[in-house]
Design a protein around this ligand. Structure first.
Ligand code: UFG
Length: 326
């Protein structure tokens, strides 16, 4: 049986592809290349260019490749963009997930692993959030993912499909072997922006808000290495195949760094003192969000790349190698 990875040409999906290959399994990738890149997909991996909302294409793929599990990464992921253009997020992240689920049900796909987000929790007002924390998204992005979560649970209940919903905290870093990393143009994510600034590709960077109720006034996030996260998908799918128990799991390390601490880590690792400007708060930003990851750890998750310096080192190495390749 074969795994289908939607969004496998993208940042997180691409690392999942590598994780499968590293253990000797070849997945199939479906991607519309809207943000991902064809060159990110190793040549031995079957690639289909197409839309996750195209139910008939999906049915063909499921049949042709005997797909028994779908890992659904393809999505739009930028919080401020979702506030400016919510309909794009509800189409891309919610309506297309519905279409994909329909294909999965018609094609009798047994397992569905979904990329959800800590953004479903909104501004939780507690030190850490566990999976029972009542969701209250602050952005259309978080809401678009939460709506998909509800659909997935209803589909499992009605048609017997089994699922794992993984709620990612702040994903960063790059493949330790340098095979893949975050290549998205005009990235808005903190570590990526700070590294681009450190490398002189941006004249300065902004810190959005310094009056949050956090130790240094800047927002606190739980930064998780993308390769540890990719490995969590394999673990979750293996367990799902073993016991058939549907689950919702936080994917974070259970510790937080402020924006200032991240900037200092990038300065230290890159060895440069780039310019940072103070800017107003960014809409949709919770003050602090840190995972309780007990459930994932109980399943056997053993993250190895949790050191913030390691996350930054890998992201920096990837960013430098991108220039060499051009
Ligand atoms: N930030 C800056 N300057 C920048 C970029 C970001 O100060 O140039 C700040 C943001 O305001 C925020 C923090 O850095 O306080 C992290 O921002 P990111 O844009 O890196 O990430 P978000 O926390 O907004 O969102 C990310 C993912 C979501 C996911 C969420 C989970 O984009 O998909 O983490 O916490 F849901």
């Amino acid at each position: 049986m074969t795994v289908l990875i939607t969004g496998g040409a993208g940042y997180i999906g691409g690392h999942a592809v590598l994780a499968f290959l590293d253990r000797g399994e070849t997945p199939v990738v479906l991607d519309d290349l809207s943000t991902g890149s064809r060159s990110a997909i190793p040549s031995e991996v079957p690639f289909i260019f197409g839309d996750v909302g195209d139910t008939s294409l999906l049915l063909q793929i499921i049949e042709a490749h005997k797909i028994d599990a779908i890992l659904h990464f393809a999505a739009k992921i930028v919080v401020p963009e979702s506030i400016a253009d919510p309909l794009a997020y509800y189409l891309n992240n919610t309506a297309k997930t519905r279409a994909l689920l329909e294909a999965a049900v018609k094609g009798k796909v047994r397992y569905f692993v979904f990329s959800s987000t800590a953004a479903v929790y909104g501004n939780p007002n507690r030190a850490t959030v566990n999976e029972e924390t009542v969701p209250a998204p602050l952005s259309p992005y978080g809401m678009s993912k939460l709506m998909s979560e509800f659909m997935i649970r209803d589909v499992s209940a009605a048609y017997g499909q089994k699922h794992v919903i993984l709620r990612y905290f702040n994903v960063a870093g790059a493949d330790p072997k340098g095979r893949h990393g975050q290549s998205t143009a005009n990235a808005t994510h903190l570590i990526k922006v700070a590294i681009e600034t450190a490398l002189g590709r941006r004249p300065f960077m902004n810190i959005f808000g310094n009056d949050y109720p956090t130790p240094d006034g800047t927002c606190v996030r739980d930064y998780v290495h993308v390769s540890d996260l990719a490995y969590a998908h394999l673990l979750a799918l293996d367990q799902l195949r073993l016991d058939g128990v549907s689950r919702t799991l936080n994917c974070g390390y259970g510790r937080g760094y402020s924006v200032r601490e991240v900037v200092e880590a990038v300065r230290r690792v890159a060895g440069t003192n780039f310019e940072v400007r103070q800017a107003p708060r960014r809409p949709g930003d919770p003050a602090s969000i840190i995972a309780s990851n007990d459930q994932l750890v109980r399943l056997g998750w053993k993250p190895e790349l949790h050191d913030l310096s390691v996350i930054v080192q890998h992201a920096l190495a990837w960013e430098k190698s991108c220039v060499i390749r051009v």
